[in-house]
Structures are given as structure tokens and as C-alpha cells.
Design a protein around this ligand. Sequence first.
Ligand code: AMP
Ligand code: ZN
Length: 144
Amino acid sequence: MSRDPHCIFCKIVHGDIPSVSVLETDQAIAIMDVNPVVKGHILIIPRDHHSQVRDLPEELAAHLGSLVPRLTRAVVAAVGAEGSNLIINSGQVAGQTVDHCHWHIIPRFSDDPVDWPWPHEEYSGDEKAQMAFRITRELNGPAD
Ligand code: AMP
Ligand code: ZN
């Protein structure tokens, strides 16, 4: 099991600091976020320490994903929400403050204070096709 001795979520996973858990599996825990964006906000945290979503083994990512529908139904029903957001912040620039990959489930209400949606950019010319080409090339691995 990979663990970072300085990581607050590793400490939570190993019971070294307290948390309020709502679900535990062999590979992950789901806990109440201590400073919820909206009350009922939970975090799905893999037991193993991986910094970002891009570092997750695919099987672990699949396990985390498998928990999302049930946890979302529970959160939404428990607080009487009208919807929810599933969010993963990756990297400081994207708002990640705890360097142990975790997935947020945030219940949403039409009158909650969350500022959403994000602003959108527009592609010009063949930018979108070029971007898709570059992403596809990355997915297919480096050229020989
Ligand atoms: P992020 O900004 O995506 O890294 O999210 C980190 C989240 O962890 C924030 O929503 C914090 O409120 C939450 N958080 C930080 N420390 C704790 C803790 N000890 N127990 C529960 N949630 C925490
Ligand atoms: Zn950790």
C-alpha cells in the first residue's frame, strides 16, 4: 500500500486523524468534507496515495467510479438536493489543495451560492481539429 507520511488524506485513511465516514471499501473511503461547498458534500478517497487522477491505476479509477452513482443517490436523497456535481481538481492550477487524488460529490440547489457554469472559450479555424489530433496522438503513444 502506498502512503505519504505527510499527506493529510493518508492520515485519514489510516485513522491517524479523525474523519466522518459514510462508506468504506477495501480500496476507498467516502467521508464528509470538513468545509463543504454545500452541506452534504462528500469526498471519495482511494486508500492508496496517488497525487492526481492521471496517476491512478485504471482498476482503482474504475472502482472509484463504480461508487459514484450510489453515493450520489445517497447524498442527493439525504439533503433533498435538486442535482449534484462530481468534480476532480487536478493540480494546484485547477484548485487541488490536497495532493492525494480525491473525487468531490457536491449536492446542488437552485438557490445555492455556487458560481456555475464556468466561462467558455471558442475555437477558431481548424483549432478544434488540431487539438483533437494532438490529444489522439498522445493517446496513441509517441510516434516512432
Ligand atoms: P481540493 O481543493 O480538490 O484538493 O479539495 C480538498 C478538499 O478537502 C476541500 O474541499 C477541503 O474542505 C477538504 N478537506 C481538507 N481537509 C479535510 C479533512 N481533514 N477532513 C475532511 N475534508 C477535508
Ligand atoms: Zn496520501
